[in-house]
Design a protein around this ligand. Structure first.
Ligand code: PLP
Length: 634
């Protein structure tokens, strides 16, 4: 586990058990040994169609752990409660979950359920998100906030006002100045009194990737001048009492509590000024940004790491708000945060297989230099013999020089028409071999994985976000191979060659045959990826999302129970997303088979009916490789 730094990024949820497999501690630090869940057992159970109760779901697979989600919500709440008590803060904390981080129905429903004792609410940033938040919160705590962020049109504002009519604790947060006109107008039309918030554009700037929209020139929020104009408009309309919340968001992955405190202090000053101007201020909403320490280094010096934990974060927030409010003699506000990443990242694990790997390049002194030199020009032959001599003497630089020269001469000969393609291919192969051996003593091997990075780890491709990726088994065996991961897409960006710790390759085990490892399979897990990846993932090469299972800790013999299994989109489903019509496509292919009189017994012994049923099946299966069971005619 030290090799993969699991104890650092994985604490307190992931560790290695005595079988050498990754174990999940579902309740974090409070988990007991017998409650630990072996990830490999989950994979085997859900993927084996033969085992009792087996669901036969193939990889890639997302394993969701609602117990971990519950622990995250509770831990965040208790971190704030402890800070509030320790600092004699005279109000409370009630967070909201920004649904954009992961809109999966059960994830949102679970958060509402687990957060109900703490008045935990939801944040929406668009009309469909608002609809889902409204319906989910109907089953939540009536005091839970429904924070409406994002750019708004009249329809969005009306929907938020309807939510207020439905007795949901709704706050319309003004993201642009013009929105106030819509709110005033629609309030009169729909005769409902809204609660209004305003998003402030702070000067505090977070310099990392995720802070690019913060600071004075940031995309979101209102400047001080705009806030003053909004206050005036509300006052003129007799609605200043509706302004009750101040919101800001300085970006995701805030690296340090020092930066956080700067932002909170600046925002609390604005909050206190709004109190002075006569608004009925009640809540300060500090946005998202509570970070995840992806590499476990706690260094806070890259987008990958933050230098604090939940307790330090909560304590810094409470402290900054309290000091400013006490100085200005104003009532302590309710503290709301919109933490997304920190709530959902840990609960979801993406599991996929390595299906093959390139073979190791032999050492230079073992290079056999088989080349038919017949037909080669005199100079080229000379290069070849010099190359062989240099290889025997292990003179790498000289080898490369002669290999390069030889290749160039042969290319010229081929273009002239005096060399056969087989000979040129031999020379190319020889050149590749020499440059590989000399270029790196131990070049990283390519592990082909049954996955689409564009679908399942889009942040790696788009913004270079690195997640912990490790084998989920064989961790009691020393990994001897350095490898990079290459996915199924026909795209050169479909590879993972950056790993935590700044590594450009990952230590991996040799792939084994049928008798070793997990029945010959090699399973890898991508951890801490529960936020943003699923919503951002696309369908490049028409690979859809993975299968998803929910797994709860249970006291039965296996210590877990699979409570939900949702198959990923079939090939027909992904085709439909792009307006293809699988049923018509199938009919077209069927007619073609009839037209071309596919005989009962064609070349490989399949008959017409088998062909048609294979075609039908090929629309219904998943887009990924059927790595778990080689199938003859699929
Ligand atoms: N609130 C707002 C307004 C955001 O834009 C975001 C994301 O960037 C969040 C909350 C969630 O942030 P995080 O996932 O860093 O907690």
């Amino acid at each position: 586990s030290a090799l993969y730094r699991i104890d650092e990024w994985g604490a307190p949820y992931f560790s290695v058990n005595s079988s050498g497999n990754v174990a999940v501690r579902p309740y974090g630090a409070g988990s007991l040994a017998h409650q630990e869940i072996d990830l490999l057992k989950i994979v085997k159970k859900v993927s084996d169609p033969k085992s009792a109760g087996g669901l036969g779901l193939r990889l890639p697979l997302i394993v969701r752990l609602p117990d971990v989600l519950k622990n995250r919500v509770e831990s965040l709440h208790s971190a704030f409660e402890s800070a509030i008590q320790a600092q004699c803060y005279e109000s409370h904390y009630q967070g909201v979950y920004p649904v954009k981080c992961n809109q999966d129905r059960l994830v949102v429903e679970d958060i509402v359920k687990f957060g109900a004792p703490f008045r935990f609410g939801l944040e929406a940033g668009s009309k469909p998100e608002l609809l889902l938040a409204m319906s989910c919160l109907c089953k939540g705590n009536p005091e839970a906030l429904l924070v409406c962020n994002g750019f708004k049109d009249a329809e969005y504002v009306s929907l938020a006002l309807i939510a207020k009519k439905l007795a949901l604790n709704t706050v319309i947060v003004l993201e642009q100045e013009e929105e106030v006109n819509l709110v005033i107008d629609l309030t009169n039309k729909l005769s409902v009194r809204p609660v209004i918030g305003v998003r402030a554009k702070l000067r505090t700037k977070h310099s990392g990737h995720f802070g690019s929209t913060s600071g004075e020139k940031g995309k979101f929020g209102l400047t001080t001048t705009q806030i003053l104009r909004v206050v005036k408009k509300l006052q003129d309309s007799g609605m200043l009492d509706c302004l009750q919340l101040l919101h800001f968001h300085i970006g995701s992955q805030i690296p340090s509590t020092a930066l956080l405190q700067d932002g909170v202090v600046e925002a609390t000053q604005i909050y206190s000024e709004l109190v002075r101007l006569g608004a009925c201020m009640k809540v300060i909403d500090i946005g998202g940004g509570l970070g995840v320490d992806y590499d476990g280094s706690k260094s806070g010096n890259s987008d990958l790491s933050v230098s604090y934990g939940l307790e330090e974060y909560a304590s810094a927030v409470v402290n900054a708000i309290r000091i400013i409010c006490d100085r200005k003699s104003i009532k302590h506000p309710i503290i709301c945060s919109e933490s997304g990443r920190a709530i959902v990242s840990h609960h979801s694990i993406l599991i996929f297989e390595a299906i093959s790997a390139t073979v190791n390049t032999p050492a230079m002194n073992h290079i056999d230099l088989p080349l038919v030199i017949e037909g080669l020009s005199e100079d080229a032959r000379c290069d070849y013999w010099n190359l062989s001599d240099a290889a025997m003497r292990h003179e790498n630089e000289t080898c490369l020089l002669y290999a390069d020269q030889l290749k160039q001469r042969c290319v010229d000969q081929f273009i002239e028409g005096s060399l056969r393609i087989e000979q040129l291919a031999d020379v190319d192969g020889l050149f590749d071999l020499v440059s590989k051996v000399i270029g790196a003593a131990e070049p990283a091997r390519i592990y082909n994985v049954n996955l689409s990075i564009f679908t399942s780890i889009p942040d790696f491709w788009s913004i270079g976000q690195v997640f912990p990726i490790i084998p989920i088994h064989r961790l009691d065996e020393k990994p001897e191979v350095r490898g990079v991961l290459s996915d199924l897409t026909c795209d050169s960006d479909g590879k993972i060659d950056k790993f935590i710790g700044g590594e450009t390759s990952l230590l991996l085990h040799e792939l084994e045959g049928n008798d070793g490892g997990a029945n010959g399979q090699y399973y890898l897990g991508m951890f801490l990826g529960g936020a943003y990846q699923e919503a951002l993932g696309g369908v490049h090469n028409l690979f859809g999302g993975p299968n998803v299972v929910s797994v709860l800790q249970s006291d039965g013999p296996q210590s877990f129970a699979v409570t939900r299994a949702v198959p990923g989109p079939s090939r027909a489903d992904v085709l439909r997303m792009l307006q293809h019509e699988p049923e018509l496509m199938f009919e077209t292919l069927k007619h073609r088979a009839e037209e071309f009189h596919v005989e009962d017994h064609d070349n490989d012994g399949t008959n017409y009916a088998t062909l048609i049923s294979s075609l039908a099946r090929s629309f219904h299966n998943m887009p990924y490789l059927n790595a778990l069971s080689p199938c003859s005619y699929e």
